[in-house]
Design a protein around this ligand. Structure first.
Ligand code: NAD
Ligand code: UD1
Length: 336
């Protein structure tokens, strides 16, 4: 099998490339390197001893994308390429809608022209907004609360409409909860541009001395210790979920939506303590006001993925913190 990975140099894309190569599949990766580095591709090749056919292109560039489909006989696409910062999406919504939605439409058009009909799409738990019940099941109410979330929701709807009109398409829509961690070698990991928005990368940068302290956004939520609860999932488990989703759409055609989460909720305080254990130091923190738009608790019911894909998250928050710390310690400045 030859798999095209869009956004293959990024955080989840690079870990998925490792899993694909280790599975013995051929990997073609495209990325405009807007939020990533070519170094991650080199390191994936070093970890696996495999080779990635890498192209630095923008998926908005249809002729360049079409050229890749001419050069390679692609069997399926895993589509990670997209912009993902919630706050930024509120500032520059046009760029988010254009990049994420137009980019996906162009990709689908080129796939159709080349009769490639299998796609795994990176959606997000953000499509549930403020969840109507916990744990969150795939049929829970959908309600994105910001432009980034709406790009995911709209793309999901587009894929459903395309499948309704032509059932030769096969789609897996994967709603990730909170991806964290890094490959156990410490060679690839999350390398945010500028100050991190998300909890674990922020804690890791405090631990390595790049940030003075963590701001905990609110300790007055209706949770056992007052801090926000999320469903953290190790990126290596998440990468494995993509292989399982591909196998599913190859053998059981159609469209399906899956939550990829651990099914367990952990508070900010719990994550902080788990990280302190992993790095064997105290992480200074301050209690700050709540972050606008945050919800108190969010965690998945991942039983559908277990039942239908034979997938479940195996790694614990201790593994997540150990591997994040290993990556950050070895690469204090990321790939730079
Ligand atoms: P990332 O930014 O590390 O990876 C995305 C990659 O896509 C980057 O390498 C970027 O350079 C590339 N890219 C963006 N626009 C492109 C374009 N037009 N053409 C070519 N390449 C382009 O992000 P990630 O954390 O690996 O996320 C991957 C996907 O998963 C994204 O779609 C994201 O929205 C989704 N997702 C991520 C999370 C998370 O917390 N990391 C959670 C839920 C969903
Ligand atoms: C973020 C995104 C969401 C995305 C999800 C998964 C926002 C507003 N939402 O949500 O769209 O789907 O990541 O990657 O960015 N926290 C702190 N201090 C920090 C950072 C975070 O206390 O410096 C807290 C938050 O308030 C929250 C928890 O840590 O309770 C997790 O935050 P974060 O990692 O940003 O993930 P989400 O809030 O789930």
């Amino acid at each position: 099998m030859k798999i095209l990975v869009t956004g293959g140099a990024g955080y989840i894309g690079s870990h998925t490339c490792v899993a694909l190569l280790e599975h013995g599949w051929d990997v073609v990766a495209v990325d405009n390197l807007l939020n990533s580095s070519r170094e991650s591709i080199k390191r994936v090749e070093r970890i696996t001893g495999g080779r990635i056919h890498f192209y630095q292109i923008d998926i908005l560039n249809k002729p360049a994308l079409a050229n890749i489909f001419r050069q390679h006989k692609i069997d399926a696409v895993i589509h990670f390429a997209g912009l993902k910062a919630v706050g930024e999406s509120v500032e520059i919504p046009f760029q988010y809608y254009h990049n994420n939605i137009t980019g996906t439409l162009i990709l689908l058009d080129v796939m159709k022209e080349n009769n490639v009909r299998h796609l795994v799409f990176s959606s997000s738990a953000t499509v549930y907004g403020d969840p109507d019940r916990l744990p969150i099941q795939e049929d829970s109410r959908l309600c994105a609360t910001n432009p980034y979330g709406r790009t995911k929701l709209f793309i999901e709807e587009i894929l459903k409409d395309i499948h309704s009109s032509d059932n030769s398409w096969n789609f897996a829509l994967l709603r990730y909860f909170n991806p964290v961690g890094a490959h156990e070698t410490g060679q690839i990991g999350e390398d945010p541009l500028g100050p991190p928005n998300n909890l674990l990368p922020y804690i890791a940068q405090v631990a390595v001395g790049r940030m003075p302290h963590l701001n905990i956004f609110g300790n007055d939520y209706d949770t056992p210790d007052g801090t926000g609860i999320r469903d953290y999932i190790h990126v290596v488990d998440l990468a494995d979920g993509h292989l399982k989703a591909l196998s599913k759409i190859f053998t059981n055609p159609g469209i399906a939506v899956y939550n990829l989460g651990s099914g367990r909720g952990h508070s900010v305080m719990e994550m902080l303590h788990a990280f302190e254990k992993a790095c064997e130091k105290k992480i200074p923190f301050k209690i700050a006001p709540r972050r606008p738009g945050d919800v108190a608790s969010c965690y998945a019911d991942p039983s559908k993925a277990e039942k239908e894909l034979g997938w479940k998250a195996l790694k614990s928050i201790d593994d997540m913190c150990k591997d994040t710390w290993n990556w950050q310690r070895i690469n204090p400045n990321g790939y730079k």
